[in-house]
Design a binder for this molecule. Structure first.
Ligand SMILES: [Zn+2]
Length: 194
């Protein structure tokens, strides 16, 4: 089934922006927890036509053209397993995610910045192992000092996370919007962990 003309027409006749599809890997776990892997309905339907995904659950909402009607997928699963990269990129976002968006000195979740645990002026490098999440006041207070000098020690020693660890942390952040059919695939049970 490939019907680009149908898709073009569907683009015109329906605009259900509020109907994203949750994208699962071939093992039926979300491709990404945070941000949650979601596709717009057009991409989801194209992937169905291209047989790249299986439809797992549907919205009640239907899109129609004169010759065609279809309920929008609410959950799709990739047919080919995508292996997560084991070494996630060293990015701002991933660093915050590793540290659960929490200042590693005082626990604040506001006004977050980065702190070089060993200051750059003292030879500290910008790597997973030397950068931690700090709120602006803590960052200012610590200044150019080492942890021992400032008597400020990060709660968690900076480490190189795996993609799995980042995904696990991402599970702590439920999406604002969550369709009922997604719930079976999202286990927001972090609070229940011992
Ligand atoms: Zn702080």
């Amino acid at each position: 089934m490939d019907h680009p003309d149908v898709l073009d027409r569907l683009d015109r006749v329906a605009s259900p922006e509020a109907c994203p599809a949750l994208v699962l890997n071939a093992d039926y776990t979300p491709l990404s927890y945070f941000p949650l892997s979601l596709w717009g309905w057009q991409d989801a339907i194209k992937a169905v036509f291209l047989e790249r995904v299986d439809v797992v659950a549907l919205y009640d909402r239907e899109i129609r053209s004169p010759s065609f009607a279809m309920r929008l997928p609410s959950v799709v699963a990739l047919r080919q397993y995508v292996k997560p990269s084991t070494n996630p990129a060293f990015t701002r976002f991933n660093l915050f995610l590793r540290d659960r968006f929490t200042c590693q000195y005082c626990g604040s979740r506001e006004d977050l910045t980065f702190d070089h645990v060993i200051p750059r002026a003292r030879g500290g490098r910008t790597t997973w192992l030397n950068v931690t999440t700090a709120c602006a006041p803590c960052n200012l207070r610590k200044g150019g000092r080492t942890p021992a000098e400032a008597q400020m020690f990060p709660r968690q020693r900076p480490f190189q996370p795996t993609s799995h660890q980042l995904q696990e942390n991402g599970r702590a952040f439920p999406p604002h919007h969550c369709h009922e059919t997604w719930r079976d695939f999202l286990y927001w049970d972090v609070e229940l962990d011992p």
